[in-house]
Design a protein around this ligand. Sequence first.
Ligand SMILES: [Zn+2]
Length: 194
Amino acid sequence: MFQREIKELTSIGKNNIYQISQIEWWLLKNQENYKCCKENNIKLNSCFDDIGCACGMNSQENKFTSLYENLSEATEFHRFEEYAKNELTLYKSIISDKSKIKEWLIKNEKIASEFLSTFLIYYLNYSEIERDNYHLLIFRSEEQNLDIFIQRTDFENLIEFKELFDELYYVKKFYPEGLKRIEEKINKLPKYLT
Ligand SMILES: [Zn+2]
């Protein structure tokens, strides 16, 4: 099941590397398949009526859902590529003004430290050799023998934006109040979680 759909996907990538527009095209094309898998997985595959079991986890429907959602999540991040580009341009115009850099950090704190908190770790951390983490790995299944990378150029502004924010915020500490607030939040977590 879904062999045809997955084959259609893999036939458009080159060496497992895709353009974001190709992924978006495939997602759009498979919207109904996704809905159907999501809604019917338990009904079709579970040994119980309303709740899941291991059979539901290992089903073709569930694997398709997981693939679809992983690809979809990457396209959600990609929506901020244009925003990141504009913020990088803005940054270059305020580069020597510390108080404006601080304003820039305050403005971007939520998106960079929350929404993008795991962005680099998720997608660009698959090889121990740092320079090999070039294209973004958005899906990997050894069982399905399936690797999906998105070409780095599609995310170049977002990557640069996130790296710049992290450097200014966590390393150079241009907005220490914000960083302190985050650290206090972490310290308040119950000890067994840290
Ligand atoms: Zn079962």
